[in-house]
Write a protein that binds this ligand. Structure first.
Ligand code: AMP
Ligand code: MG
Length: 267
């Protein structure tokens, strides 16, 4: 899974990642989905362990172009996890109350507590993505945010939060198909937004903004992973596997009972 991690050397080029990569042929899909099922069950156990041990916290950041599959990952990869153990926060256009504070204010309070998994559907990265592409603040203001974000995430990591950041990478052609299918499928139409077409016009600017953000904020303890996401099953599989491997790497154990329980018999 290391091949998908953005190394912190500033040399990552988005154009070099094929969004259609599957590393296996289409027949891999049914096998891949069986393996995904195993991984989601393992994720359930690992979340329970995370909660029981009460030592670690996990923050999962999801970013993508519109229709890139953030919702799909949440639905499929976390489908077996106890709903009490995971919380999703979707970051929208900041409200006036949120805008009255610094841009990390609304983010920090949604970070995980001990024993929790928190998923960010969009995140503080919007403040160097949409904000940069649309000049919502002067360049001098967004330019310094990369350093803020690195420092913020380093602080979270120092204090015990494990951080995983996923960029779900789709091609421009794949986005066209997905937006068209939102229009053509009655039960998907609610998802269609005219704003998505407007944003699509800025495709290249977004790709550039992502590439800069990935290079400047992928660190040892808060790494970015670029997931080939044209193929949904492959996207889910790779994401689930990175999550499971990372949680297994924490080498968590169930806490020892307080005192000797062996003599206790419940009448
Ligand atoms: P959706 O995720 O489709 O519900 O759309 C949410 C919208 O909120 C997207 O267009 C984001 O770009 C936008 N958004 C999220 N965070 C920010 C932010 N910090 N500043 C401006 N727009 C944002
Ligand atoms: Mg949308």
């Amino acid at each position: 899974m290391d091949r998908y991690r953005v190394k912190p050397n500033g040399e990552f080029r988005l154009a070099e990642v094929d969004p259609s990569e599957r590393l296996t042929h289409e027949e891999g899909k049914s096998l891949g989905n069986e393996y995904l099922e195993e991984l989601t069950l393992r994720l359930r156990e690992l979340q329970e362990l995370l909660y029981a041990q009460g030592k670690h916290r996990l923050l999962v950041v999801l970013q993508a172009m519109d229709s890139g599959g953030k919702d799909g990952v949440i639905r499929h990869v976390f489908r077996s996890v106890n709903p009490q153990g995971v919380k999703v926060t979707s970051f929208k256009v900041p409200s006036s109350r949120e805008r009255a504070h610094d841009y990390l204010w609304r983010v920090h309070r949604e970070t995980p507590a001990t024993g929790e998994i928190r998923i960010f559907n969009r995140s503080h990265y919007e403040d160097v993505l949409v904000v940069r592409v649309h000049d919502l603040v002067p360049a001098s203001v967004w330019e310094r945010r990369y350093d803020h974000i690195r420092d913020f995430e380093r602080m979270l990591a120092d204090e015990g939060t494990t951080i995983l950041k996923f960029f779900l990478h789709i091609s421009r052609e794949e986005q066209a198909e997905r937006l068209q299918s939102r229009l053509d499928t009655p039960h998907k139409r609610w998802k269609f937004s005219a704003a998505d077409l407007e944003e699509r016009k800025h495709w290249d600017a977004y790709q550039e903004a992502f590439e800069v953000a990935l290079n400047r904020t992928s660190t040892e303890r808060a790494p970015w992973y670029v997931i080939p996401a044209n193929s949904k099953w492959y996207r889910n599989l790779v994401t689930a596997r990175i999550l499971v491997e990372t949680l297994e790497g924490l080498e968590m154990t169930y806490p020892e009972p307080e005192g000797d329980l062996s003599g206790i018999r419940i009448e």
